[in-house]
Design a protein around this ligand. Structure first.
Ligand SMILES: [Zn+2]
Length: 358
């Protein structure tokens, strides 16, 4: 999961979409891509499916329609952009500048729709992809707090949250107020340590009669599904911790445990040890030098953040803090994707810097 944040800081979503659209449609993105586009990009997805029009959309940024995934793969084929595995992407980074642009596809958390909805499309295009699996979800041991929070806000006109002894009340009868309440509550919950977050959410589940484990069952893949999927040579399964925590909130031993034990559990259940890791949340506050060192120590060959950026040969020295490009549900449009892959928006967002690491 990643929290929603703007592609270019300080610009509103509609304005950003408008500018990116012009950049993509006018051909300007293609013209400047040789300057800013780097070698390629690691794309990050979460859900692929038709979100029921039930919600005010707190998590809409995490979900794209299957038709858009299809259109995206079509676009890459038309533009002769290679779709490669992470193994191949790392080889190309090691080789240095290549003329042939590429993307690698990654899916975070281990959602059921990745297998039921996205996989048939990926299979039809015969393209490789990676699933970063959070083992606690698949074991049905932890709840998906951001999806539960969204459901609870949708079903209620107000929200009472007790976080670390502090009481928060949100009045949210309208769609807009629900959106604001979700954004604020998600920020508050992500600023506290995992025990406090889980405690606040458990209390909320109890107060509202929400069945959080039933939602996990509905949304997450099973070990049986993952084992079967992993028989396809085009599939790579990576690790994404056991409990999906904010790693900097844990002490070193626990943070390392989250990485190592998720890999052990995945190997135990599907028979292959994950070589790659994706940091939960993955943004600036969720991954620092300590987490990067721990991912190395845990034995992963590379690790992925949710920091926005394209790939450069210099990333050879930063394999445990590789940036990704989020395929965001609010920007399901080919010209926008073309604009993002030009690298220029990230060059601006990263303070006129093409290289994004930490
Ligand atoms: Zn995640």
């Amino acid at each position: 999961m990643k929290l929603e944040c703007s592609i270019v800081p300080h610009l509103s979503k509609p304005f950003t979409r408008f500018v990116l659209n012009i950049l993509g449609k006018s051909g300007l993105a293609d013209a400047i891509k040789p300057l800013f586009g780097g070698m390629g990009a690691i794309l990050m997805f979460h859900h692929v499916g038709h979100r029921a029009p039930r919600y005010f959309g707190g998590n809409d940024h995490l979900s794209i329609r299957p038709e858009f995934l299809h259109a995206l793969l079509d676009e890459f084929r038309r533009e002769c952009i290679d779709i490669v595995s992470i193994d191949e992407a790392l080889k190309r980074i090691a080789k240095g500048n290549t003329k042939q642009p590429f993307v690698a596809l990654t899916f975070d958390d281990g959602y059921r729709d990745n297998i039921e909805t996205a996989y048939p499309i990926l299979q039809a295009f015969k393209v490789p992809f990676t699933l970063f699996v959070c083992s606690g979800f698949v074991d049905r041991k932890i709840c998906i707090w951001w999806l539960s929070l969204e459901q609870i806000i949708q079903a209620n006109n107000s929200l009472d949250l007790l976080i670390d002894g502090e009481q928060y009340h949100f009045f949210c009868p309208t769609k807009n107020e629900k959106r604001q309440a979700f954004a604020r509550a998600a920020r508050l919950l992500s600023s506290v340590n995992d025990d406090v977050l889980q405690g606040a959410m458990s209390r909320l589940y109890k107060d509202t009669g929400h069945n959080a484990l039933a939602l996990v069952d509905e949304e997450m893949s099973t070990w049986h599904m993952l084992k079967k999927l992993n028989q396809d040579p085009l599939v790579t399964i990576g690790a994404h911790t056991v409990n999906h925590p904010f790693l900097p909130h844990l002490n070193e031993e626990k943070a390392l445990d989250e990485m190592v034990k998720s890999a052990i559990r995945i190997e135990e259940m599907i028979g292959v040890k994950p070589k790659y890791f994706a940091y939960p949340y993955g943004f600036k506050g969720a991954v620092g030098k300590r987490e990067v060192d721990l991912a190395k120590k845990a034995g992963f060959e590379a690790a992925f953040t949710t920091r926005k950026g394209i790939l450069l040969p210099e990333h050879e020295d930063h394999l445990w803090s590789l940036p990704r490009v989020s395929v965001n549900g609010h920007y399901q449009n080919i010209p926008v994707t073309r604009a993002l892959l030009s690298g220029f928006p990230f060059y601006l967002a990263n303070g006129f810097n093409r290289l994004k690491t930490l």
